[in-house]
Unconditional design. Structure first.
Length: 277
């Protein structure tokens, strides 16, 4: 009996020595095969993110040139990024900015059919700006470029049509929200935009005193010289005032505008206004 028991124990031990290494080999093999795949997936994700960031940087550089053909290229890249990553906030608001920039430049360069371009690009720009607002409602970009795109759209369809479509209130509300969140955004852009809004919106909404308040506020900041438009818009208001001093200041601002830019559109605009003084 004892002999049989010893034989059985021996057989169990032999079986254990044979089977355990097999399981160990399977586990090692399984681990060895899965870990490289996991690492590869992680690396692939990093490569994708890096690729999208590179695209974004390229689009931003193209947009910064403010040249029509390059801005259009930037739009294509932003849309490509958003096709793969619809929640990308930066690509969304910069796409809104690019649409506004394209319409704005088309008007200034008097591109053939610029009115239709402004109407089309301004409307699409509003849609991207609205999406940016939905993605990050506590950031100023979406609100700001919504308002600017309404301006471009209005250049295309006409201010009266824009008013009939209820865009006066939307423009005011969005620009005021951008101002509330960060009035220094885009080198004081919300201050300049609100000044222009109250300066140009038709009667009975027009309020030149409000426009002057925003321009003066911008003028008191370090951002005033960043926008050639600021010199010209403020000069236009001063030219309508009585007295010698406002007109002298307007003349000074228009001369500063000419010296501050190489943009032929704004230089010509400033010279035309100087001729009226």
């Amino acid at each position: 009996m004892k002999k049989r028991w010893k034989i059985m124990v021996g057989l169990i031990l032999i079986s254990a020595l044979i089977v355990c290494p097999v399981f160990a080999a399977d586990e090692a093999g399984s681990s060895g095969e899965e870990m490289p795949e996991a690492a590869s997936a992680s690396e692939g994700g990093q490569e994708t993110a890096a690729g999208e960031q590179t695209k974004l940087e390229k689009a931003n550089a193209l947009l910064a040139t403010k040249e029509l053909d390059k801005v259009k290229q930037a739009i294509s890249i932003y849309k490509e990024i958003l096709k793969n990553d619809p929640q990308n906030f930066e690509a969304t608001w910069r796409c809104a900015k690019a649409y506004r920039e394209y319409g704005y430049k088309a008007k200034h360069k008097r591109v053939s059919g610029w009115e239709d371009i402004c109407a089309e690009y301004g409307k699409i720009g509003m849609e991207y700006a609205q999406k940016a607002i939905e993605l990050k409602p506590d950031e100023p970009q979406g609100y700001f470029f919504y308002g600017l795109n309404v301006g471009v759209y209005s250049d295309g369809v006409g201010i009266i049509t824009a008013l009939r479509e209820g865009l006066k209130n939307k423009t005011q509300e969005n620009l005021e929200k951008a101002y509330e969140i960060d009035k220094t955004f885009d080198n004081g852009g919300p201050m300049l935009a609100l000044g222009r809004f109250w300066q140009k919106v038709p009667w009975p909404y027009n309020d030149k005193d409000k426009a002057m308040e925003y321009y003066r506020e911008l003028q008191e900041t370090e951002y005033f010289g960043h926008h050639v438009e600021g010199y010209i818009y403020l000069a236009e208001l001063l030219m309508d005032k009585w007295g010698k001093n406002p007109k002298q200041e307007a003349r000074s601002l228009l001369n500063e505008a000419i010296e501050s830019t190489e943009n032929p559109y704004w230089q010509e605009r400033a010279r035309d206004l100087l001729a009226e003084l």
